[in-house]
Design a protein around this ligand. Structure first.
Ligand SMILES: NC(=O)c1ccc[n+]([C@@H]2O[C@H](COP(=O)([O-])OP(=O)(O)OC[C@H]3O[C@@H](n4cnc5c(N)ncnc54)[C@H](OP(=O)(O)O)[C@@H]3O)[C@@H](O)[C@H]2O)c1
Length: 326
């Protein structure tokens, strides 16, 4: 029997749950025609996707929200069937900015709440209109980062009903511990969204998060778009990996489906991005086969411990997360 994605949810430490497969929605605004995201998210919901990963800085949250509202109006889904994850950008970390920023996102989406709201990066930038503030020499302008103060403001948003679950993204172990050990902590992070795929399997962070009941959401789960403007393309293309191709052949599946199944099967949420109907459908078909223990081990052994998403342009930020081992 083919299982549907509704049956594939992972419990979160706050009593909510997250669909193990979601649709990523980052697509470079300059090269993505307006309306593509809208049509893609509508189609995704028709295909069966119930989890959509978005962000203010993807510049298409209005289209995501319109797609969700359209499908609710059509009676295809109810609001509670949909799981939307939004993200707090680096320029909005000061506690007094957190709630107004989330309220702005809700207005853009046309929704009353988001299911998950995450701190996109543990690095604060100078607040203001510039998303990527720079000085006259082109150097990024950072800001004092107080992750615990930002977290407390997020907790207030949860208590006000603007968000169901709180999480983080690109946090290393030390940064997670800052929150976990915060005096008076009301809500633990439910999720940590980080790069995760067969070439970057995150064994230590995954184990740490398991110990603390934090779910890993794996971004770039099929190896990114390989857009050299932000991706480290010196790491080889994941989907051409011979082991993934070989295992896929056995099941009549593609290397992308094997990579997604690998993470889902070990409890890592996957959010592959595609705005292509054929590939969106393909990426959804990961619940009608399973990998053997030996195949899981073979795929784990592919780990190269090299990131596609290094964010080296911010490596001089005091809270740059990727210098520590994990
Ligand atoms: N928190 C963070 O810092 C962070 C960072 C990066 C990403 N993310 C989130 O994670 C999502 C996914 O990551 P990502 O976009 O970097 O990479 P990804 O999902 O690993 O890969 C997306 C690329 O693969 C192509 N693709 C999709 N399905 C395919 C298939 N079955 N076969 C071959 N190619 C396929 C897509 O093109 P088509 O659209 O043409 O199919 C796109 O170019 C993002 O969209 C975003 O929501 C978060």
């Amino acid at each position: 029997m083919e299982l549907t994605v509704e049956q594939h949810r992972i419990p979160l430490n706050d009593g909510n749950s997250i669909p193990v497969l979601g649709l990523g929605t980052y697509s470079p605004p300059a090269t993505t025609p307006k309306g593509t995201c809208l049509e893609s998210v509508k189609l995704a919901i028709d295909i069966g996707y119930r989890h959509i990963d978005g962000a203010y800085v993807y510049y298409n949250e209005n289209e995501v929200g319109e797609a969700i509202r359209t499908k609710i109006a059509e009676g295809k889904v109810k609001r509670e069937d949909i799981f939307y994850c939004g993200k707090l950008w680096n320029t909005c970390h000061p506690p007094e900015l957190v709630r107004p920023t989330l309220e702005k996102t809700l207005k853009t989406l046309g929704l009353d709440y988001v299911d998950l709201y995450i701190v996109e990066l543990p690095m604060a930038f100078k607040p203001g209109d510039a998303i990527y503030p720079r000085d006259e020499n082109g150097k990024y302008i950072y800001h004092k980062t107080d992750l615990c103060a930002t977290w407390e403001a997020l907790e207030e948003c949860k208590e006000a009903g603007l968000v169901k679950s709180l999480g983080v993204s690109n946090f290393n172990r030390r940064q997670l511990e800052l929150i976990l050990n915060k005096p008076g902590l009301k809500y633990k992070p439910t999720t940590n969204q980080v790069e995760c795929h067969p070439y970057f399997t995150q064994p230590k962070l995954l184990e740490f998060c398991r110990q603390h009941d934090i779910v890993i959401v794996g971004y770039s789960p099929i190896g990114t778009s390989r857009d050299a403007s932000w991706v480290n393309v010196s790491s080889p293309p994941l989907l051409e990996d011979p082991t993934l191709v070989r295992i896929g052949k056995k099941y009549g599946k593609t290397s992308a489906q094997v990579a997604l199944r690998f993470n889902a099967q070990r409890g890592v949420v996957v959010i592959p991005k595609s705005f292509n109907p054929k590939r969106m459908t393909e990426n959804f078909k990961i619940f009608d086969f399973s990998l053997t223990d030996e195949e899981m081990k073979d795929i784990e052994a592919l780990n190269k411990n090299i990131r596609y998403v290094e964010l080296l342009m911010w490596s001089d930020h005091p809270e740059y997360p990727f210098k520590e081992e994990y």
